[in-house]
Each structure stands twice: as structure tokens, then as C-alpha cells.
Unconditional design. Structure first.
Lengths: 475, 321
């Protein structure tokens, strides 16, 4: 299956390369990084700058002519950001860049809920309430009505909001298409001609890497792009250190660590789990305790996914050692269904370590032990949605469907816990198992979710989250 | 690609059944994917995303405690039937549900569920009973809307088409108190395929101290559609032989067992050496054709999220010098 996918990806790349010559620099996702730390900033009047002009979708005819970036062409007043006098970002504002969300995305219950936003709800309020569907549309409305002379910060903030909202509502392929419009974010076009600083905010640069990798079908180049960003982050760390700005240094160090984790994440999405595990191991050799611990936690999850339980447990022990300052001696459950001794350490460590041990029993198939581990966690953290829903899932593996259903429904009714995709998926699956009238039950579930108070984690779930199409899992 | 089909048999009664049967294949639960936004997402316009946005579990602990991007520790029930593989255990959840609408006077009691399997090797029409986990005998109060669940586990030993038959029997009591026993049967078909293919070769080595030595090599191939994490490969030697591994496991704890992605081939080797035992006994066991029985190869693996499988080859032989 991976082979098939790789094949399709390379076909997509081939397509991407058929653009006309003068657009190559902008449209090609990422040129191979030839920019080393010792190289000078590129000349603002170099060929790459001149060719960095507005792009248009490959199908439309471009009417604008190449526009050299000279102050003479700008009629802007002095209040406008100096960057906008040299950078024409109007290509980001074109309505044809954006695609409507497929309809109907939201079930009617969300649209008529008293919590539903109005067309005039400000964008910041939409984000705070988790109304990402509405925010995605509002961001585009605002972007496309901006004047050509709008400040780059405004343009990029709205562009980021649009792309982020699309990924949050599972319209990642749409976001990937729209991220292509940004073109090559490493090109000199996006650097300030005088200061050499990158004009695109960091979060958008980071978000665009994954989306463009998906959009162009080029995961490997996406990983390269993370390394290019890492190089920039390292330069910033050095600069902050030299200029004695400890806060900035800490910020860039955390960004660098985040990039390291994102490389592993990209490898997971590519399906190369072993490389992800090996890469995560390299992130544990040095750095602050919190960072190495996070890498160890993620490495454990990767090995669970692979099925290498011994490696996963070794990671869990490292995490336990980091949290307790001592090596944990938790007992792995031996065989499927057979429980060995239950080590008391497993029930007294910090929550992360305990979750990893509970996952370990789950993966080993020792469901009775796993259930007691999840139950103990649930007793200590009664409003933790993850713990409760994992307990419910494990109960289904020991025939306790009724209790599992009760726990999942209790989470929907708990005002402190926002609805989340895994919970909805599991509860809908349980409904399919519980009755022939699952569709009716899912309809009632939608009403209950729509009546929940909006929270920043997301409010309003697409029809597809409720498995309303005929399921293949339950028969 | 195997998939459960559910043709209903024996559903000749005119009134719809008061009980439904639903089946969910229970391979291990998977981990939810998650791709969080970049950490410092606030912008000059005050457009701020909650740190909980895009988390697979937005309610707390996993953020506090640094679960990273990529995978979340949130478990998901199996999404699809998936492949069924020889050497692994096929498990599924059976749920019998009281579908009597509220206000309907019908009552259901005496619910019984029986499962049988037809394996490819068995003669046509031969059904073998399969035990179910879950004690509901004599349980009271099967109210409308209630469900009872059983777990079926079946070790898959043969390649080919399997048919699972599940019979549901219950007593339905109407408004006037008249009781009748009703029953229906559902069939589910799936194909079991080989996941780990094994090819072996035994070659003789120069004897040491007058004792015969053989090199046993094996190629393990992933014939399936998903990854296989090998847990152990060992030889159970037939006396008087003793077996020595030449594989990754001799390196001790630091060594990582191999992972075979689809179409990957992995080579293992063992040295089998004749021990102290009297040769006389061994002679008697030697089959005709001058071949020596060396032992059996035993492979143990896990799939994604820990589904376990095992395979034991037949007796492997070496040529007598």
C-alpha cells in the first residue's frame, strides 16, 4: 500500500514541475537548500527576486506583468508598513486561491444551536469558541477584501488562521491546496530586503511545511524544509546568545525542539515508523529534561504502534525514570489475557507514566490488568476525557458493553469535558454495536454535542465525525 | 481483502425480530493521530488558538504532561474488518440487543447465543462450536434498549475461507402472555491468509569432536498488508541436538528485534549440534532416506498495537553425512 502511495506522490510531483519556466522558483515547493550559514544574503535585485512575482493558479491566464520591486512603483503613504512598499503580496488575496468548504459540513443541529455563531461574530471570538468552520470562512472573507496595500502581518495572520482552521476541521487536503499558493517560503522573496529578516511569521512557516508536503506529495522535501527551518532557528539561538537575550534564546530553543518532534511526526505520517523511533531517540541525548522526556513519550507511542512492545516498555521506563528520578520496575504483562503481578509503582507514578503502562497492558492484550490500570487513573482524574474513554474502549474487549457505553455517554454530558473526535468515533461505533437504530442514536448524540458550551478546543463537528455513512466496522 | 458479510438466514417470520445481533471485529485498539498547530500561534491581530485545539484529547492531562505531536494516547476502536491472518487470534465482539420499541408490550427472555465455525479444511457442512466469553445465563432484566455482549476468540490455523455462524435464540412474550421461542442465524465470511512465509534450508557443517553439526537457515517473508514486529525466532531442537542462535537476540538487551514491513524478507540462522545423548535412540527416530530430524522453527510476532501471532513449522530435516 505504501508503494502505491509513493507512486501516486511522485506522479503529483511530476505534475507540479510542468509549470512554465518563469514560475518555477515560486511554484516549486522548495529548492534544494544551498543556503549555508556562511553564505551572504541574496542580492535583492537578483534573478530570484525579479521572478518572485504574483503567482496565479496554473489554469488561469496571468495578466499582470513582472513587477520589479522598486520604491518608484509604490504610491503608498508613509503609514504603510515599509515591507509592503517592496513586496507585492496581492497574489495571496485573490478569491480564486480559496475553495468553499464542502457542504453540508456541519449537521443542522450545530447550525440552529443557540451556541452557533452569527455571520458578524468577530474572528477572534470564533477562534476562542472553537468555531473553526465559521472562522475558516470569515478569514477568507477578510483576506479577499483586504486592500492590496495591506500590511503583510495582517495578510499572514489571516492566511495562517485560514489554513489552521481547515486542518482543525479535517479539511487538510483543502488546506494543502491553498498552502501551495504561498510558494517557496525559503525564497528570497520572503526576506526583508534591508534587514534580511524573514517576513513570514514563524507559525505559518512551520504549518506550511506539512501542508505543502501534502499538497505537492513530497514528504521528503517536507522533512528537508523542517531542517531548513531548524537552521534558521539555530542562527537565531546563536544571535540571541550573543546579544544576551535569554528569553529569545529560550523561545528559539523551544522552537528548535518542536521542529525535531515535527520531523518525527512527518515520518509517522509517511508510514516510516522505525525511522521516527530512531529519530526520536536522537532527541533524547541532550537538552532540557522536559524535552527529552517528551521525545521518550512519543517514542513509546511509536513503538506501540509498530507492535514492538519491548522497545515501547523500555521508553516507558525511561520516562518513569525521568519523572521519578529513579528507574521504575513495573512488570510487563506477559501474555494475551494472562496478567502477571501488578506492580504498585504503576499506580503511583505521574499521570504520563501511568498512561504509558496502561497502554502497555492494553497492547499486550492483558485487558483485565489494563482495565484496572485505567480505572485507577479514572478514579484519580475523573474529568480526564482521555483516561475515561480509554477505559471504555478496554471494557469492550472484556464484554462490558453496557458499562463502556455509559462511560462514553457520561463524557458527552460532562460540562467540563469538550467533545473530541476519538470520543465521538468510539461512541458512534458502540451505537452501531448496540442497536439497529444506530442512526437515530447518532442523531440524538449530535443534538447533545451541539448543546455543549463552546470551548476553544473546537465546537461543531462535521457529519463525517458521526459515522453517518454505512459503517464497515460493525455488521 | 476479507470482509464480514452478513446474510441473514432463517428470517422467515413475518414480524421483525425483537433482538438484533451485531458483530465488531476486535483487533487491538489503535492510537488516534494528531497534528497540533505550531506552539506559539497567537498573531498580531489577536487571533489566538487554544492550546487544546487539534489535540486528540482536549481535556487536559496529555498537554500537561507533554504527549507530543503525531500520535495521541487516545485509543480508537477498530475502524474496519482488516486482514485475518493465519497464526493470529481472530477476536470479535458479539452484541445481542433488545430492539423492542418503548411502549411495545413484548418482552424478551431466555436469550441464548451460539457460535460455530466452518474452517476451510473441514468437510463441507461441518460446523464446530466456538466457546464465547461472557456469562449472561440466568441474568435478569433484558429491558428494551439493553445489550448483552460476548467475546469470541478463534486461533486461525488454516489459510482460506472461514464462515462464522451465530445463532440467536430467545423467548418472546406478547401482551396476552403468550410465549414463543424465536431464533435467527447470521453468517459472516472472511478469508484467512498467510502473514509470515517461511522458507528453510539445512546444510551440514564439518563435525566437531566427532559430533554432527548443521546450519539451519530460514527466510521469513512478510506476505501480508501490514507490518510485523518479530518478537522471537527460535528452534526447538529434537534430541540429541542442541540449538544456538546466530541472530539479533545474541546481542542481549540492547538489540532491537527486526520489524518486517510488507514484502520484507529477513534471514535467520541457527547452528544445531549433536549432544551427548546416545546415538542409538536417535537412529530409531531417523526417517527413511538418510534424513535427520533437527527440530522445529518457532516464530512469534506482534502486529500494529500488539496483536500477537505465532507459527511453528513442521519437523525440519538435515541430510546425514
Amino acid at each position: 500500500m505504501d508503494n502505491v502511495r509513493a507512486h501516486r506522490l511522485s506522479a503529483a510531483r511530476g505534475h507540479g514541475r510542468t509549470h512554465s519556466g518563469d514560475e518555477r522558483r515560486r511554484v516549486a515547493l522548495l529548492k534544494p537548500s544551498t543556503k549555508g550559514p556562511l553564505e551572504e544574503q541574496e542580492d535583492p535585485l537578483s534573478d530570484s527576486m525579479i521572478s518572485s512575482r504574483p503567482t496565479s493558479p496554473p489554469t488561469s491566464v496571468r495578466s499582470s506583468t513582472p513587477r520589479p520591486f522598486s520604491p518608484a512603483l509604490s504610491t503608498a503613504s508613509s503609514t504603510i508598513d515599509p515591507i509592503s512598499t517592496t513586496k507585492d503580496l496581492s497574489f495571496l488575496l485573490r478569491p480564486e486561491n480559496f475553495h468553499p468548504l464542502p457542504t453540508p459540513t456541519l449537521p443542522a443541529a450545530f447550525l440552529r444551536s443557540p451556541h452557533a455563531p452569527t455571520p458578524n461574530t468577530p474572528l477572534a471570538t470564533l477562534l476562542a469558541g472553537g468555531h473553526f468552520h465559521a472562522a475558516a470562512s470569515t478569514a477568507v472573507r477578510q483576506l479577499t477584501s483586504l486592500p492590496v496595500s495591506a500590511a503583510p502581518d495582517t495578510i499572514f495572520a489571516l492566511y495562517y488562521t485560514r489554513l489552521a482552521c481547515l486542518t482543525l476541521v479535517n479539511q487538510t487536503s483543502l488546506a494543502a491546496t491553498e498552502a501551495k499558493v504561498l510558494g517557496d517560503l525559503t525564497s528570497a522573496f520572503y526576506t526583508h530586503p534591508i534587514t534580511g529578516a524573514h517576513i513570514v511569521p514563524w507559525p505559518l512557516r512551520v504549518l506550511a511545511v506539512r501542508l505543502q508536503a501534502l499538497g505537492f506529495g513530497e514528504w521528503r522535501r517536507g522533512i528537508m524544509a523542517y531542517y531548513v527551518l531548524a537552521q534558521d532557528a539555530r542562527q537565531e539561538i546563536t544571535r540571541a546568545r550573543q546579544e544576551a537575550h535569554p528569553e529569545e534564546e529560550a523561545l528559539w530553543l523551544s522552537r528548535l525542539h518542536d521542529l525535531g518532534i515535527r520531523v518525527a511526526s512527518a515520518l509517522v505520517e509517511m508510514g516510516d515508523l522505525e525511522s521516527a523511533g530512531r529519530h526520536l531517540r536522537t532527541l533524547q541525548t541532550a537538552g532540557p529534561e522536559d524535552n527529552t522526556r517528551q521525545a521518550a513519550v512519543m517514542e513509546a507511542l511509536v513503538w506501540f504502534r509498530v507492535g514492538d512492545l519491548a522497545a515501547a516498555r523500555a521508553c516507558a521506563e525511561r520516562v518513569a525514570g525521568k519523572s521519578e528520578g529513579r528507574a521504575s520496575t513495573a512488570a510487563p504483562s506477559s501474555d494475551d489475557g494472562e496478567s502477571t503481578r501488578e506492580d504498585q509503582d504503576e499506580f503511583s507514578g505521574d499521570i504520563t507514566t501511568r498512561i504509558l503502562w496502561a497502554l502497555s497492558h492494553t497492547a499486550a492484550g492483558a485487558f483485565p490488568v489494563a482495565i484496572s490500570a485505567w480505572r485507577a487513573l479514572h478514579a484519580d482524574f475523573p474529568h480526564d476525557g482521555l483516561v475515561a474513554q480509554n477505559l471504555a474502549v478496554c471494557l469492550l474487549y472484556t464484554g462490558q458493553l453496557t458499562e463502556a457505553r455509559g462511560i462514553l455517554e457520561g463524557l458527552i454530558d460532562d460540562p467540563e469535558i469538550p467533545a473530541f473526535q476519538a470520543l465521538l468515533f468510539n461512541l458512534c461505533t458502540v451505537y452501531e454495536l448496540c442497536t439497529e437504530r444506530a442512526k437515530e442514536m447518532k442523531g440524538k448524540l449530535i443534538e447533545r454535542v451541539a448543546s455543549k458550551e463552546p470551548m476553544g478546543s473546537g465546537w461543531g463537528f462535521a457529519t463525517t465525525e458521526f459515522k453517518l455513512e454505512p459503517g464497515v466496522g460493525v455488521s | 481483502m476479507s470482509r464480514a458479510r452478513a446474510p441473514s438466514v432463517g428470517e422467515s417470520l413475518k414480524t421483525p425480530h425483537s433482538v438484533s445481533l451485531k458483530v465488531l471485529r476486535l483487533s487491538r485498539p489503535s492510537l488516534a493521530p494528531q497534528t497540533p498547530l505550531p506552539p506559539d500561534s497567537s498573531s498580531p491581530l489577536g487571533l489566538h488558538f487554544s492550546a487544546h485545539a487539534s489535540r486528540a484529547d482536549p481535556s487536559g492531562s496529555s498537554i500537561r504532561d507533554g504527549f507530543g505531536v503525531g500520535l495521541a494516547p487516545a485509543l480508537l476502536l477498530p475502524e474496519s474488518f482488516g486482514g485475518a491472518y493465519v497464526g493470529e487470534t481472530f477476536a470479535c465482539a458479539l452484541a445481542a440487543n433488545n430492539e423492542v420499541p418503548s411502549g411495545d408490550p413484548r418482552e424478551v427472555s431466555g436469550l441464548k447465543v451460539v457460535a460455530e465455525i466452518q474452517t476451510p479444511g473441514a468437510a463441507a457442512g461441518t460446523w464446530v462450536g466456538v466457546g464465547l466469553e461472557g456469562e449472561h445465563e440466568g441474568e435478569e432484566g433484558f429491558e428494551p434498549g439493553a445489550s448483552r455482549q460476548w467475546i469470541l476468540r478463534l486461533a486461525l490455523k488454516e489459510e482460506g475461507q472461514h464462515t462464522l455462524g451465530v445463532t440467536v435464540t430467545y423467548t418472546e412474550t406478547g401482551a396476552a402472555g403468550e410465549a414463543r421461542t424465536r431464533s435467527f442465524r447470521k453468517l459472516y465470511q472472511f478469508a484467512a491468509t498467510n502473514l509470515v512465509g517461511v522458507r528453510t534450508k539445512a546444510g551440514d557443517l564439518p563435525p566437531r569432536a566427532g559430533r554432527g553439526r548443521y546450519a539451519l537457515e530460514a527466510q521469513l517473508e512478510n506476505l501480508g498488508e501490514r507490518g510485523v514486529a518479530i518478537e522471537s525466532v527460535s528452534v526447538a531442537p529434537r534430541p540429541p541436538f542442541t540449538s544456538t542462535s546466530l541472530n539479533w537476540d545474541v546481542a542481549g538487551d540492547a538489540a532491537r528485534a527486526p520489524v518486517l514491513n510488507p514484502h520484507d524478507v529477513y534471514q535467520v540462522a541457527f547452528i544445531l549440534e549433536e549432544g551427548e545423548e546416545k546415538k542409538g535412540e536417535d537412529e530409531e527416530q531417523t526417517p527413511a532416506g538418510g534424513k535427520l530430524v533437527l527440530g522445529q522453527l518457532h516464530i512469534q510476532w506482534r502486529g500494529s498495537m500488539g496483536d500477537r501471532g505465532t507459527l511453528t513449522t513442521g519437523w525440519l530435516t538435515g541430510r546425514r553425512r
